[in-house]
Write a protein that binds this ligand. Structure first.
Ligand SMILES: [Zn+2]
Length: 478
């Protein structure tokens, strides 16, 4: 606020000295916003799709994929928030896209947040579990991300901003359950002993004892409008993993955006409304609630309808500000990896040697034996990036992991901001970060793989550092 106060003071001094009728607001910084949507549907088919235990080769497009970007400028600081219809994107790819965007727009790479929605029906840009990458798409995507940021910057116009918190408890539930002794699936190559948690126990399972985690039904909404009330952008988040979609698809995230973009259409062909919904925290949640006795009807359409209705309900309560201060800070952390032991590597080597040279892994055990060998040749630490954004009294924390709901809820609880939310799978993809006590229960999300390799204490470290970073973003004075 300091710079703003100085400007106002200077205007007043100028008025007194010159006696001219200069408005005291003439020197005030102007808040501006711009948004853009760029197509990111694969140009060549078939494509390699990740997100499952085993690689899929997909030949058809069900609905288009997009990169959506919003740029905000408080007159002093410019920041970009970008969402890509993808499962997860590695840091190197995103660093490249940010460099390209910085060259075109001048927005510093630290002020650019790029995250994946986590739809499980997009071309693979990172090798994970049994899936490789689609190299043509890896070459294609960074340019589309940079293009969206450049277009959003070119679309900047004076704007007003407001935000509110919505809620949808119907479409999110914990998917990890504590099971009776000896019932949870085990994994010889998962690096765990005595697994007691299982994912998806199913309805009415007599061996399922209780959920192991919490749910976060929050739906934050940020609205950016022109001074005349035309919608520029609508940013939201929800903490439900994905709903599932056939072939290439943007899943419920894309449907949500489409519903909002149609309902709040700006009517401006040059600058159409852009809506987006990020993945809040969804490492241990999805949409089926196994506490209920009856299977609910669920598909991506129901989720998109319900969540967009809840978001619009919150949107209706928003009070707008003509200007809010922006700040964004970034921190790199070096985090230890759960590295396989010499014995585990030897065991995995013996297990894969009869088939690894001639074919890809087919079973969960085979996938994790390969993961053990791959991890043993990778570094023992990962360099990850955290970001915190301040938009007035709102804080946003960005984490490059698949985050459990309780981690996000704790960040919200201890955040110095009046309202806070998190965006996961942002600025990289460093796998699940189960809280330490969840590691004690074992199960899929803790099994050691490239998609779950950070140390047992990575979660408290990341949580603490992000809360500190939010504090730092809040304290940035102007
Ligand atoms: Zn997933």
């Amino acid at each position: 606020m300091m710079l703003r106060s100085i400007r106002i003071l200077l205007s007043v001094v100028l008025l007194v000295l010159t006696g001219t009728s200069v408005s005291v607001h003439a020197g005030d910084p102007v808040f501006r916003a711009g948004a853009a949507r760029v197509d990111a549907t694969p140009q060549h088919l078939p494509v390699v799709v990740n997100g499952s235990m085993i690689e899929r080769l997909v030949e058809e497009v069900n609905d288009p994929l997009h990169v959506r970007a919003v740029v905000m400028d408080d007159g002093i600081t410019k920041i970009a928030i970008v969402l890509v219809d993808n499962c997860m994107m590695p840091r190197e790819l995103l660093d490249k896209a940010k460099e390209m965007a910085m060259e075109e727009t001048g927005i510093s790479t630290e002020n650019i947040l790029v995250s994946a929605t986590h739809c499980h029906s997009a071309p693979s840009v990172i090798a994970v579990l049994g899936s490789g990458v689609d190299s043509r798409y890896v070459a294609f995507l960074p340019g589309q991300i940079a293009k969206a940021i450049a277009q959003a910057t070119a679309n900047l116009q004076p704007a007003q901003i407001g935000f509110a918190m919505g809620r949808d408890e119907i479409n999110v539930a914990t998917r990890r359950w504590l099971m009776k002794e000896g019932v949870a699936p085990k994994n010889r190559f998962g690096g765990t002993r005595n697994d007691r948690a299982r994912m998806h126990p199913g309805y009415n399972n007599p061996d399922a004892i209780r959920e192991t985690g919490l749910e976060d039904p929050d739906i934050p909404v940020i609205s950016l409008q022109t001074k005349e009330g035309k919608q520029i952008a609508f940013m939201s988040a929800y903490s439900m993993h994905y709903a599932g979609a056939p072939n290439i698809s943007a899943d419920y995230f894309g449907l949500f955006a489409g519903i909002i973009e149609e309902k709040l259409a700006s009517g401006d062909e040059e600058r159409p409304t852009v809506a987006m919904i990020a993945n809040g925290t969804s490492g241990d949640t999805w949409l089926a609630d196994y506490k209920r006795s009856e299977r609910r009807k669920f598909d991506r359409f129901t989720v998109a309808d319900d969540v967009s209705a809840a978001a619009l309900k919150a949107f209706a309560t928003i009070e707008y500000h003509p200007w809010l201060p922006l700040s964004m800070v970034e921190k790199e952390l070096e985090v230890a990896v759960r590295f396989p032991t010499k014995d585990e590597v030897e065991d995995a080597q013996k297990f894969v040697s009869p088939w690894a040279a001639t074919r890809k892994p087919k079973t969960t055990e085979e996938v994790y034996a390969m993961e053990t060998l791959i991890l043993s040749k990778m570094p023992k630490t990962r360099k990850i990036t955290l970001q915190a954004i301040k938009i007035g009294t709102l804080g946003i924390g960005a984490i490059p992991n698949e985050v459990f709901a309780e981690t996000g809820l704790n960040i919200k609880k201890y955040s110095p901001f009046e309202m806070t939310y998190t965006i996961s799978l942002a600025n990289g993809a460093f796998g699940y970060i189960a809280p330490p006590e969840q590691h004690a229960l074992g199960g899929y999300t803790t099994w050691r793989a490239r998609s779950s390799c950070l140390g047992i204490y990575a979660e408290p470290l990341i949580k603490y550092e992000l809360i500190e970073l939010l504090e730092k973003a809040k304290g940035v004075d102007k």
